[in-house]
Design a protein. Structure first.
Lengths: 291, 133
């Protein structure tokens, strides 16, 4: 049986934890709001660029740019987006599980080579410990997310793809659905495909092209990839804060429950101690009276 | 004055959205101006300055570091890699960037020549545009 002092100490400890998780929840909520705003304000650019590419891309032109051509796949680059820090519930676990499943159950049985590109420290640590082959990483980008991060990551992928280091790039990340819901999405990044609902419609307008239609497409595609990468980074970032907020909210609720049950135990023990003392006093008095 | 709708979008935000009289942009084949009823055009943009004439006769200058312009039926969309209005440019930062780029070019660090040159043009462009008010 725990003594009164032990229980009191325990309550104090849980209360401290509750304070921390509450504070973390608040911080995550504030950061989440900013991240959400970023996601929303990045949308027009991404939409306009993919709209323009869609508009200008004719059938004969789509064969001329290597970023659009599907080639025989031998090696796949798997890009995994995790967070840099923990304490965000199942956020990282789910994404890592999906990435491992993709590699172990789909790529390896098909005799495809793979390599990993880890964005976020948690994923990097996970795969390094398990001896997966990692070709690149971007750690610490989520501390202060900048468009230049998306720029350097996407250019690394484009140059690797054009050099033939890999024939396909797949991104696994958490898509931000709502504060309490993140969805794991697997997306083909390279070669670019426009088959996800956006039907390629032929434009009937006669544009003047400066310098030329092909040159414009050639310069638009990398920009499209940059804005896609930027979108993915922002989505993952917002999801992370959403997940952390939910996790910390749960932790605070659990701490409260724990405190309540500890308080009941404490009061019971206190009552028992008082009763015992009274009993001792009374029986002591009786004994001296009868003596 | 006839006006048309202009939208300038950067990766981080919708930077400009209003009806304007004219816009002058640095196209790859030379600078050109778009007025009301301009023919449909799509053009790549270089590092340079954008000049906008607003409805109330104001002239705005922006520094742009590359992008694309699409003109279609009096709707103009500019997709800019980055965009700053002339009075918002951080001249100190631009000057530092120019210095850094110059140093790097002097060191002849083979790998980064292209990047340093691009940074140099961007920095010089910012400084040039910031002097226009």
């Amino acid at each position: 049986m725990a003594t009164l002092r032990d229980i009191r100490r325990r309550i104090k400890g849980v209360q401290n934890t509750e304070q921390i998780t509450k504070a973390m929840k608040m911080v995550a909520a504030a950061k989440l709001r900013r991240a959400q705003e970023n996601v929303i304000s990045a949308r027009p650019y991404a939409r306009k660029i993919s709209g323009l590419v869609n508009h200008l891309l004719t059938d004969e032109l789509s064969g001329t740019n290597e970023l659009l051509l599907t080639r025989q796949t031998k090696k796949v680059l798997v890009v995994v987006l995790t967070s840099d820090r923990g304490l965000c519930g199942a956020f990282n676990t789910n994404i890592l599980k999906e990435a491992v499943r993709l590699i172990e159950e789909e790529l390896i049985p098909q005799q495809l080579e793979y390599s990993l590109f880890c964005i976020g420290k948690k994923g990097f640590d996970f795969f390094r410990k398990r001896d997966y082959s990692i070709t690149g990483n971007a750690l610490g980008v989520f501390g202060h997310l900048k468009f230049t991060d998306a720029l350097s990551i996407s250019s690394e992928m484009i140059s690797g793809y054009l050099k033939g280091d890999f024939d396909k790039v797949v991104v696994v990340y958490n898509e931000f659905k709502s504060v309490v819901r993140q969805e794991i999405v697997r997306e083909q990044y390279l070669p670019i495909s426009f088959d996800n609902g956006e039907k390629v419609k032929q434009s009937s307008t006669d544009y003047i092209f400066e310098p030329g239609q092909k040159e414009i497409i050639d310069s638009l595609l990398p920009k499209h990839l940059q804005s896609q990468m930027w979108r993915i980074l922002l989505e993952s970032n917002a999801s992370e804060f959403g997940a952390r907020m939910t996790a910390m909210d749960n932790a605070s609720t659990n701490a409260k429950d724990l405190i309540r049950s500890l308080k009941i135990t404490y009061n019971k023990a206190r009552q028992a101690a008082i009763t015992k003392e009274i009993l001792e006093v009374v029986s002591g008095a009786n004994a001296s009276k009868s003596a | 004055m006839k006006v048309f709708a202009l939208e300038i979008v950067t990766p981080s935000k919708l930077a400009f959205n209003a009806e304007v009289v004219s816009i002058t942009v640095p196209g790859t084949l030379g600078e050109f101006q778009v007025l009301f009823n301009h023919a449909p055009i799509v053009s790549n943009l270089e590092v340079g300055k954008i000049k906008i004439q607003t409805q109330n006769g104001e002239t705005l200058h922006f520094a742009i570091s590359g992008g694309v312009i699409e003109v279609l039926k009096n709707k103009v969309v500019v997709l800019a890699q980055s965009l700053e209005r002339s009075d918002e440019i951080d001249t100190d930062r631009a000057r530092q960037a120019v210095e850094r780029a110059k140093q790097r070019l002097e060191q002849k660090n083979q790998i980064d020549v292209a990047r340093a040159e691009a940074a140099l043009t961007r920095g010089l462009n910012r400084l040039k545009v910031s002097s226009l008010r």
